[in-house]
Design a protein around this ligand. Structure first.
Ligand code: GDP
Length: 173
């Protein structure tokens, strides 16, 4: 197998049950696992993509449930070049907690980390509790990229991860 030119560590953070594991699974394997908790214990998954003629291996870390105990440690953030900060568009609480996750990230991660706010479960339009405009405004204010997505339908999942990887690439190359 060919060697990659870059390895980008990306962490996925956000409240429990917002769909972090599903998003990661969708991007790395294009699958939606109904029994997502079977992945506990897996630290990261990878997918190699080509960006600007270079082979970039995305190494995407899952909290594997640590966030339940607010035990996401500095080791989790160490060396991360990107972060997906996920909330659930049907849960106002998970969006309100995004500010807290951002503080955590700012305290532990490198200053230059590229962060994308993701409003997941966009397929559940009837149950929406957070307007896209409001999240976009928060993201702009905080210097984050923003996208809604659905790990269930697959909508915007690849696009969001690839955008994050392109932004990281623009910084490191
Ligand atoms: P995590 O705790 O943040 O890793 O969340 P999971 O990935 O385990 O997902 C939590 C629950 O939300 C599971 O029941 C998933 O099937 C469901 N889920 C995840 N993503 C989506 C989505 O995009 N749409 C819908 N409708 N359900 C989702």
């Amino acid at each position: 197998m060919e060697e990659e030119d870059y390895v980008f560590k990306v962490v996925v953070i956000g409240d429990s049950a917002v769909g972090k594991t599903q998003l990661l699974g969708r991007f790395t394997k294009d699958e939606f696992f109904v029994d997502s908790k079977s992945t506990i214990g897996i630290e990261f998954q990878t997918r190699t993509v080509e960006i600007g003629g270079k082979r970039v291996k995305a190494q995407i870390w899952d909290t594997a449930g640590q966030e339940r105990y607010r035990a996401v440690t500095s080791a989790y953030y160490r060396g991360a070049l990107g972060a997906m900060l996920v909330y659930d568009v049907t849960s106002r609480r998970t969006f309100d907690h995004a500010a807290r996750w951002l503080r955590d990230l700012r305290a532990h991660a490198d200053n230059s980390i590229v962060v994308m706010l993701i409003g997941n479960k966009a397929d559940l339009a009837h149950a929406r509790a957070v307007a896209a405009d409001e999240a976009a405004a928060f993201a702009e204010d905080q210097g984050l990229f923003f996208s809604e997505a659905s790990a269930l339908s697959g909508d915007n999942v690849d696009a969001a991860f690839l955008a994050l990887l392109h932004h990281i690439h623009a910084i490191v190359s």
